[in-house]
Structure formats: C-alpha cells, structure tokens
Ligand binder design. Structure first.
Ligand SMILES: Nc1ncnc2c1ncn2[C@@H]1O[C@H](COP(=O)(O)OP(=O)(O)OP(=O)(O)O)[C@@H](O)[C@H]1O
Length: 240
C-alpha cells in the first residue's frame, strides 16, 4: 500500500517554531482529515510535505523513499500534488490554458488524455474551457485548482481547505468527487474547516493544536470524542 510517512517533523517560520515534531501517515485510496483551529499549523504541515517549506528536522518518506529536502517540482513529479488554500487559478488564462499550464511536463498525447480525465471529473468545466480564470465562480475555480493538481495523476493529493468561501451545494458536489478520486486509489489529505464534513468523508483523522498532533485515529473514533475537537478549537482562540 502506497503511503506518505512523516516523522519527527519540526518546522520554523519567521524564526518561530510552528511544528513541534509531527508523526503521521497518509495512505493511498482513502481520505485522511486534518482539522484544527486557525494557526494550528495545518497549512505549514502541508507546505512542508509539498516541498514548499524547508524542514528544521524530521523526515518525509513517499513509499519508503525520502522526499524531504526536494524542490516542490521534484515532490510533485514524485507523485504528491497540492491544492493550495483559496482556490487559486491563473486569472488571466482560460480554463483550458490553466489545465495545460499545470500539465506542461506531460507529452502532448498524455496531456490531452489527462485533461479528458479532469473534465470527466468536472464536466461543468467543459462549457467553460475558453473562459478566463478570473471570471469563474468560486466553485468553478476550485474545480480548476483541483484539476491542475490532478493533471499529473498524483498518487497523493493534499488539499488545503476544500470548502472555504464556497456555497454548501458546491461543497457537497466537490466532496463527491473527492470520494471518487480516493476510491480510484489516490491518497487524500484533507484540511477542512467544517469538521463534520471532513469526518464524514474520511477514514482516518488527525487534530492539530498549536503545532502538535493531539489526536490521530479513525474518523469514527474522533466523531465520538467532541471534547477533543472542542479543546483543539478553543486552543486556537477562534472557536468553530
Ligand atoms: N508566512 C509566515 N511567516 C511566519 N509565520 C507564519 C507564516 N504563515 C503562518 N505562520 C505562523 O505559523 C503558525 C501556523 O500557521 P498555519 O497557517 O500553518 O496554520 P493553519 O492551521 O493552517 O491555520 P489557517 O487555517 O489559518 O491557515 C501560526 O503561528 C502562524 O502565525
């Protein structure tokens, strides 16, 4: 079974220690939820796993091979793609050019096959291929952002906030696709502010509090422990 294994991950940002020794495993073919208050360190963790933020200490293994210290591009080529917070797309490029740009490392035949696969997941985009990114709705932007991450057929997808700023109907629709992506074998690490949604989609779940993991187990076990979530969100100072 394909896995990402993080151990002893310590990270500093702006001279401040923000992750204090994280151990976790993300497994292919399922969704793992990562929840916690604002500032708990979720984005920092995902940034470190994607090669964007350099570790102070610790290791990140992809199928047993070390990937920490590699560039974001190299991590991506190894099979880990990130959907950054805020459903960012290239606003002046059309939808099709956003997808082409994300797949520029692929040979032309592979690229058109990969674009077809993305459009099969997000058929709403078919009618909007020539629309500029900046003119899309938030939900459509998130589809493009997810499509960009999926274009290189990653083994793992790290999603920093699926639902932020999106209408509930769109979130539900995107959640369905996420389940489909995981069922096809991709491992998904899902940061999500709506814990009920995150836990309903996930098999495993983790809770972060002030740079530490304070829970790691099944989503079902966490759902039965509202005290853990309550205290994690209070610790952040901004209740959810
Ligand atoms: N660019 C940065 N430079 C310095 N410190 C940062 C930077 N970004 C975040 N931090 C700090 O890192 C810590 C973790 O923040 P991080 O954004 O990873 O948390 P988060 O759980 O993802 O929260 P959010 O949901 O608000 O994104 C916080 O103390 C934050 O102030």
């Amino acid at each position: 079974m394909s896995t990402i294994d993080v151990s002893g991950l310590v990270l500093h940002r702006g001279g401040k220690r923000v992750l204090h020794g994280i151990d976790l495993t993300v497994t292919a073919g399922e969704i793992t939820a990562l929840v916690g208050a604002n500032g708990a360190g979720k984005s920092s963790l995902v940034g470190a796993m994607a090669g964007v933020l350099p570790l102070t200490a610790g290791r990140i293994l992809l199928d047993g091979e070390r990937i920490d210290g590699r560039s974001p591009d190299s991590v991506r080529r190894a099979g880990i793609a990130i959907v950054p917070e805020g459903h960012r797309v290239l606003t002046s490029l059309t939808v099709i050019d956003n997808l082409r740009a994300a797949g520029s490392m692929l040979a032309p035949a592979a690229l058109s096959g990969a674009i077809e696969e993305v459009l099969a997941l997000f058929p709403e985009l078919v009618q909007r291929l020539e629309v500029r990114g900046g003119s899309l709705s938030g939900g459509q932007k998130q589809m493009v952002a997810m499509g960009q991450a999926l274009i290189a057929r990653p083994r793992f997808l790290l999603i920093d906030e699926l639902s932020l700023g999106l209408a509930p109907a769109i979130v539900k629709r995107l959640a369905g696709t996420l389940t489909e992506i995981a069922a096809k074998g991709t491992g998904v690490l899902l940061i999500e502010q709506f814990t009920t949604l995150a836990l309903s989609l996930s098999r495993q779940a983790m809770v972060m509090e002030r740079g530490n993991l304070v829970f790691s187990g099944t989503a079902a076990d966490l759902s039965a422990r509202p005290d853990i979530l309550h205290s994690a969100y209070l610790a952040g100072g901004k209740g959810h």
